[in-house]
Design a protein. Structure first.
Length: 256
């Protein structure tokens, strides 16, 4: 969607950019760091930090700023009002109860994937990442099974636009970062209609994902199961996990 320049509120866009500048790598920012991360001037960053603090979205010690619990109102409103998470969550709960494994539903947001529904059983592998996995967690699309499925389901022209000029970060030694090889990987996922990612985002963690489509054939999200190499062996994937995910996707299709 493209709007008229007169309808674009630049101050709002800058304020949201400042909020998005906080992440697991930079949990506290001062005006200089916020300016560097958003591309706005230090003076503008300072005013936005002060305004967001006044509104209750940030806290400060007078020098650095960090997110307050009020930002959860935004995420909470999405989870409460969006049809997609409410539709998917019961199925994920059922899958986790049946298998004791961990399942997530994920959507694409730029170069990242966002978990919008999740359920895990006692067989979930131990997480090595400090922040773990949770609703709202953001993961690099190129290094994850769900991201690869969602990228493969973009129109080819849109995928090439997404990839053009993008540097694929190496998360682990197994992360595919070569542009030509990554194109081939996505083409294979497109043909297979599922993705199996091994150690690409976290060593020792493997994941299998399939697309979730509505009745019109539009891919709205990706569904995955996460496990260890032993849990997601080639034989186990073909015999158990892939049929399970495909059946869940088929059952969900009329509801999406």
């Amino acid at each position: 969607m493209t709007i008229a320049k007169a309808d674009y509120i630049e101050g709002l866009a800058k304020g949201l950019a400042v909020l998005e500048a906080f992440d697991t790598e930079r949990q506290r920012l001062n005006a200089t760091l916020a300016a560097q991360r958003t591309g706005i001037t230090r003076a503008s960053a300072r005013r936005h930090l002060l305004t967001l603090t006044e509104l209750g979205y940030l806290e400060t010690d007078g020098s650095h700023y960090w997110l307050s619990a009020r930002v959860l109102r935004l995420a909470g409103s999405y989870m409460a009002t969006s049809r997609l998470p409410r539709t998917l969550q019961p199925t994920l709960n059922l899958l986790a109860a049946q298998t004791q494994a961990a399942f997530s539903a994920v959507v694409l947001d730029g170069d990242e994937c966002v978990i919008v529904a999740r359920s895990a059983g006692v067989a979930e592998p131990v997480r090595h990442l400090a922040y773990g996995l949770h609703l709202g967690a953001r993961l690099p699309a190129h290094a994850t099974s769900t991201g690869q499925v969602l990228l493969a389901n973009l129109p080819k022209a849109d995928f090439l636009v997404w990839l053009k000029g993008r540097e694929l970060a190496r998360i682990t030694p197994q992360t595919e970062v070569g542009v030509t090889r990554f194109k081939g990987l996505i083409e294979k996922v497109r043909q297979d209609d599922h993705a199996l990612a091994r150690d690409g985002h976290e060593l020792g963690i493997h994941a299998l994902a399939v697309p979730l489509r509505n009745m019109q054939g539009r891919t709205l999200a990706a569904l995955n199961v996460v496990g260890t190499a032993e849990q997601l062996s080639e034989a186990s994937v073909q015999r158990k996990w892939l049929p399970l995910l495909l059946e869940a996707a088929r059952a969900l299709r009329p509801l999406l």
